[in-house]
Design a protein around this ligand. Structure first.
Ligand SMILES: *Cc1c(COP(=O)(O)O)cnc(C)c1O
Length: 396
């Protein structure tokens, strides 16, 4: 038994080393990369005094972002969580409504639902995409819900289910065609958590364009960073205006009066953060190429392993490979701890996937479907170093 232990973790360590080359220091999962105009743009904010929520970089960043994603509008916010919160609010989420989200996601997805007084209703994931399993979700909703006057009700809790909120996990697009059909058939609004999937495409189309809108994140560990920040992308101009209004304390435009027409939020992105974002988005295409070439190198180096599989982009998708991950075969699930130990003790940061949200104290009483794939994946998925700068030299 001890021998098998050693072999799985040693094999993974060896493949990571082969892929990443000689590492001089501890290699984190994801480091930001500043290689362009970051310093110049941020310095300009300071030199001109435009450092806060007014200033030209915020609008510029919103424009560049909308253009990159191929949507009409982007509204920049102070975090991805804030973007998701205001988006859910304008999507009509009220206290006591349920929202379908995966259990296997970052906690912010569920927190944003809770900020609105909503209740997360956990869906199972699938091995193909790591996102919500559309077929099993459909079956679950057929058994559990009834439609009354155009509203979907959970028969066991009596509460309305209002929104389907899928997540593109680690930048891999989920099966959005099928999920969109489920949302339509059960009268659910579709909102996407695309926090991890800037630069990821489903059937040639940028992620985050199927629903009312999508939330992005530019936290320090995301594909591009504004320090802290987020955005909503949408094709709905009125929705974008409304988002901007409530994210800016709901202040009515006026030259000197301070009049606010509802409870708003101080969620706007600052000009300094947006200046960073403007520079980062200029480098985004190159960083995506680098991240994809690193993923390709991992993929071929892990290909022969009987113990572990490198997770590659789903069919018909082009992923940003925000965080690369490997999945232990079921018979090796017991080795998770030893793999974490071996890699983290040898300069290579690895991390298990998030603790499933239905297991966290604040969400353990939330409604859920049977979550067997989440239970299994959560014991087998590991993230491995994924920074753009780790790409093999000379391939891009
Ligand atoms: C990062 C992330 C968020 C939240 O973004 P912040 O900018 O950290 O608030 C939301 N959802 C998912 C899936 C994320 O990975």
């Amino acid at each position: 038994m001890a021998e098998i232990n050693a072999s799985v973790s040693e094999e993974i360590l060896a493949i990571c080393r082969e892929t990443l080359g000689d590492l001089e220091s501890f290699t984190p999962l994801h480091e930001p990369s500043f290689r362009g105009n970051e310093w110049k743009y941020v310095k300009e904010c300071i030199d001109t005094g435009w450092v806060s929520t007014a200033g030209s970089y915020v609008e510029q960043f919103e424009k560049k972002l909308a253009e990159f994603c191929g949507v009409r509008r982007a509204v920049a916010t102070c975090s991805g969580t804030a973007a998701l919160h205001v988006l859910l609010k304008v999507a009509g989420l009220n206290a006591g409504d349920e929202v379908i989200i995966p259990s296997l996601t970052f906690v912010a997805t569920a927190n944003a639902v809770a900020y609105c007084g909503g209740i997360p209703h956990f869906a199972d994931s699938e091995e193909d995409t790591l996102g919500i399993d559309p077929q099993r979700l459909r079956k679950h909703l057929e058994d559990l819900t009834e439609i009354r006057e155009g509203v979907c009700y959970n028969k066991s809790t009596g509460r309305p289910i209002k929104i389907l909120l899928p997540v593109h996990i680690f930048g891999h697009p989920c099966k959005i065609d099928e999920l969109q059909a489920v949302a339509k058939d059960f009268h659910l609004a579709l909102v996407e958590d695309a926090a991890e999937s800037l630069g990821s495409y489903y059937k040639g189309e940028h992620t985050g364009k199927r629903g009312i809108g999508a939330a992005l994140s530019f936290n320090g560990n995301k594909t591009i960073t504004t320090g802290a920040g987020g955005a909503v992308i949408t094709n709905d101009e009125d929705l974008a205006d409304r988002l901007k209004h409530i994210a800016s304390t709901a202040k009515q435009p006026h030259r000197w009066e301070y009049i606010h027409d509802e409870v708003g939020y101080n969620y706007r992105m600052s000009n300094i953060n947006a200046a960073l974002g403007c520079a980062q988005i200029e480098s985004l295409p190159q960083m995506l190429e680098e991240k994809r070439s690193l993923a390709k190198r991992y993929q071929s180096n892990f290909a022969a392993s009987p113990n572990v599989r490198f997770f590659s982009e789903p069919q018909d998708c082009r992923s940003n490979y925000w965080l690369c991950c490997i999945i232990l075969e079921t018979q090796c699930a017991t080795e998770l701890e030893s793999v974490l130990e071996a890699t983290n003790s040898n300069q290579i940061m690895t991390r298990p996937i998030w603790r499933p949200l239905h297991q966290l104290p604040m969400f353990q009483d939330s409604p859920q479907m049977s979550l067997e794939t989440v239970e299994s994946l959560s014991k087998r998925v590991l993230n491995i170093p994924s920074s753009a700068k780790l790409a093999p030299q000379g391939v891009y």
